[in-house]
Design a binder for this molecule. Structure first.
Ligand SMILES: Cc1cc2nc3c(=O)[nH]c(=O)nc-3n(C[C@H](O)[C@H](O)[C@H](O)COP(=O)(O)OP(=O)(O)OC[C@H]3O[C@@H](n4cnc5c(N)ncnc54)[C@H](O)[C@@H]3O)c2cc1C
Length: 288
């Protein structure tokens, strides 16, 4: 009788420090970091990926913290889970939208296991956090054999499953700048079913005199809606009429994919709708 294994045989390591994790990742060709496993284990089951060594980050307490710095920025360790975002007083005080968004990701199991680092390292265009972090102006700290470096969201997301984290490196933390006085964030999207996969999403951070918008699911990386940002940057108010006029034609500037769930033209239209909703929701929060 042929026994079929759920996963191919794989070596497993559970380092106790970031340095050891980086050394293990660099020492083995085909080694992969294991965070919450909510994507990686599924792709291993489907045989879409077959790493030879899994370097489990579960014991790296340095990657688990949520803290506010003296300048008001929020530091998220890469291994912070969605459930921890939901419960965190620091998140509630600094960027409350993060907790609200985390509470809508998939289901309780995914929220208990899935991590912020895994979410952005996958960079699945349908994931919630890449556009949100891009709109917030997040920076990403990466550690490798050569030391530590920090990259902006614009340089971090390179393609589906592709980020600035190179082989042998680890994402250690994500830093969100302090929300300016009178500023607000929002993420809006159209999903397949309740708390389902996004067809299109849009995140916005509105501050006095500036609007940052990032769209999800319209390309391989979060796409800044610079056209709308420019139109709104000098706007005297962010009324429904002003925002509606500003998003007009946004869809024509995009080249989204067509798939079984939505043709490209439908996604273009959804991008305008989501963008308008996100800016209005962020503006409403900004007013308090
Ligand atoms: C049923 C289901 C529904 C889902 N729906 C959604 C959804 O609607 N929205 C959403 O945003 N997500 C969704 N997800 C995905 C989920 O959010 C995953 O948790 C996330 O994509 C990956 O995070 P993880 O911690 O599980 O990472 P893992 O699966 O462990 O790792 C994913 C990848 O990132 C790499 N990696 C992880 N951490 C690091 C690090 N610190 N440094 C370097 N590389 C690292 C791994 O090597 C691997 O290649 C869903 C998952 C499931 C199972």
């Amino acid at each position: 009788m042929i026994k079929r294994m759920l996963l191919r045989e794989v070596e497993y390591a559970r380092p106790g420090s970031v340095e050891e994790a980086v050394r293990l990742l660099g020492a083995h060709d085909g080694a992969r970091a294991l965070a919450g496993g909510q994507t990686l284990v599924n792709v291993m089951k489907a045989r879409a990926a077959s790493p030879e060594v899994l370097v489990d980050l579960a014991d790296l307490s340095d990657l688990r913290g949520i803290a506010r710095s003296a300048d008001g920025s929020l530091e998220l360790g890469a291994m912070v889970t969605y459930s921890e975002l939901v419960r965190s007083p620091a998140v509630a005080a600094a960027r409350p939208v993060l907790a609200e968004v985390a509470a809508t990701i998939a289901d309780r199991q995914v929220q208990n296991r899935g991590t912020v680092g895994g979410n952005v390292c996958v960079n699945d265009p349908t994931n919630h956090l890449p556009p949100l972090f891009a709109a917030m102006g997040a920076t990403f700290t990466i550690v490798g054999p050569g030391g530590e470096r920090t990259v902006s969201a614009g340089d971090f997301f390179l393609g589906v499953y592709m980020t600035a984290v190179e082989e042998g490196e680890l994402l250690t933390r994500i830093t969100l700048p302090a929300l300016a006085a009178g500023a607000g964030d929002a993420l809006e999207g159209i999903t397949l079913g309740v708390n389902g996969t996004f067809l299109v999403s849009a995140a916005a951070t509105v501050a006095p005199g500036s609007v940052r918008i990032a769209l999800g699911c319209v390309s391989a990386v979060p796409e800044r809606a610079t056209l709308v940002e420019e139109r709104l940057s000098g706007a005297a108010d962010l009324s429904r009429e002003t925002v509606h006029a500003a998003v007009a034609g946004l869809g024509d500037t995009l080249d989204p994919p067509s798939d079984v769930h939505a043709p490209a033209d439908y996604r273009r239209r959804l991008a305008e709708v989501c963008c308008e909703r996100a800016v209005l929701a962020a503006a409403k929060r900004a007013k308090g």
